[in-house]
Design a protein around this ligand. Structure first.
Ligand code: ZN
Ligand code: ZN
Length: 367
């Protein structure tokens, strides 16, 4: 929760704010990172929604991932600055960026597409762009000695952003047709403009083994407020998995997405003001799979650790990137004590923020 620093303050002689406490800035001024959800994985926690963040630039905002509970946090955070009578919580949404096709990053994307028209995304003349992975191009291998499982949706088992969006809309056709006829809503297929991010030649998938192809940052989106670039990160067997960097007039914010320590990410994030990086507690992961382990359990544990970044490693990534502030999010598990996560600071001399839902972090000094 955003107020943990205040909880640590006791007595009349209030302690100074923790160095890691996020700063607040009025809406409509400069560039601000807002953490909407900070839990890693599909497990539900009371205090942390699924992973999701907002980059607020002036009167517009951009969403990065939409885990479970993210849209409730959008409303709580009051990201929209519009004072128009018709304004809704999503008025001002200027772009959506999806790092990869894991449900803990996507579950509420379906809700955004279906409910967006009632909450401010309702202008087919200016559809909200959505950028995310393309089709994987083939199923990943079965881990360990498990039997071959059934294939879900064999006609499109690895759909990317464009196809997934179309299928979400199709799946809700009964609702959408009723509402469009009864209430005059807007076709979400016209209110959103999904894009599959194109990969550079030689980096197309499927890629079933780390490391990812080494690539330079690729341009994704540019408008009057932001320039967004991306790179491939180490989240095998999910492919492609992206990190995103936002550059604005005030500074930069880089999102790791889900990844093991990644050379591509370190290049993308060079000199970034704020690095928002995922983190996993290796001790927790090992305890989930107690010994003796079956070959399947051993393979799953190895996958879990090798496709994420441990507390011991994340500070070194931020140091290599030259980041000013390291914000830990996608915390796995979502119910560790902050003191455990702060051990990530051992490898990093900059400012460390253990992310909590609804934290706000101002970027840069210009207004
Ligand atoms: Zn995840
Ligand atoms: Zn993932």
């Amino acid at each position: 929760m955003a107020g943990f620093a205040a909880v640590a303050t006791t007595g009349a002689a209030a302690a100074p704010a923790l160095a890691a406490s996020p700063m607040k800035r009025p809406r409509g001024a400069g560039t601000t990172l807002v953490l909407l959800g900070t839990a890693g994985g599909p497990t539900l926690y009371g205090d942390r929604a699924g992973v999701s963040s907002a980059v607020v630039v002036g009167d517009a905002f951009y969403l990065v991932d939409l885990g479970h509970g993210a849209l409730g946090r959008v409303a709580q955070a009051q990201l929209s600055t519009s004072t128009a009578p018709s304004a809704r919580p999503l008025t001002g949404l200027a772009g959506v960026f999806l790092t990869h096709v894991h449900s803990d990053h996507l579950a509420e994307y379906a809700s955004l597409v279906i409910n967006g028209m009632w909450n401010g995304v309702n202008d087919p003349s200016r559809p909200v762009p959505v950028y995310g992975p393309g089709d994987r191009g083939g199923l990943p291998p079965v881990l360990g000695d498990r039997p071959e499982p059934p294939v879900i949706a064999p006609d499109a088992p690895t759909a990317g952003t464009v196809a997934m969006t179309a299928r979400i809309i199709e799946g809700f056709a009964a609702d959408l047709n009723e509402r469009l006829r009864g209430s005059g809503g807007v076709d979400p297929g016209a209110a959103f403009a999904p894009h599959d991010i194109a990969l550079p030649a030689g980096a197309a998938g499927p890629v079933d083994h780390a490391p990812m192809p080494r690539i330079s940052p690729i341009p994704v989106h540019e408008d009057s407020r932001v320039r967004v670039t991306a790179t491939l990160v180490e989240h095998s067997p999910v492919f492609p998995s992206f990190a995103f960097r936002f550059d604005t007039d005030e500074g930069s914010i880089t999102f790791s997405g889900d990844t093991a320590p990644s050379e591509n990410l370190i290049e993308l994030a060079q000199g970034t003001d704020v690095l928002v990086h995922e983190v996993i507690d290796r001790q927790w992961a090992e305890a989930r799979f107690p010994e003796p382990r079956t070959p399947a359990a051993e393979a799953t544990l190895r996958h879990l650790i090798e496709s994420h970044t441990t507390i011991e490693d994340v500070g070194g990534v931020a140091t290599a990137a030259g980041a000013g502030t390291l914000v830990l999010n996608h915390l796995a598990p979502g119910d560790n004590a902050d003191s455990r996560w702060r051990q990530a600071g051992k490898g990093f001399a900059g400012r460390l923020v253990v992310g909590h839902d609804l934290d706000e972090i101002a970027v840069g000094s210009k207004r």
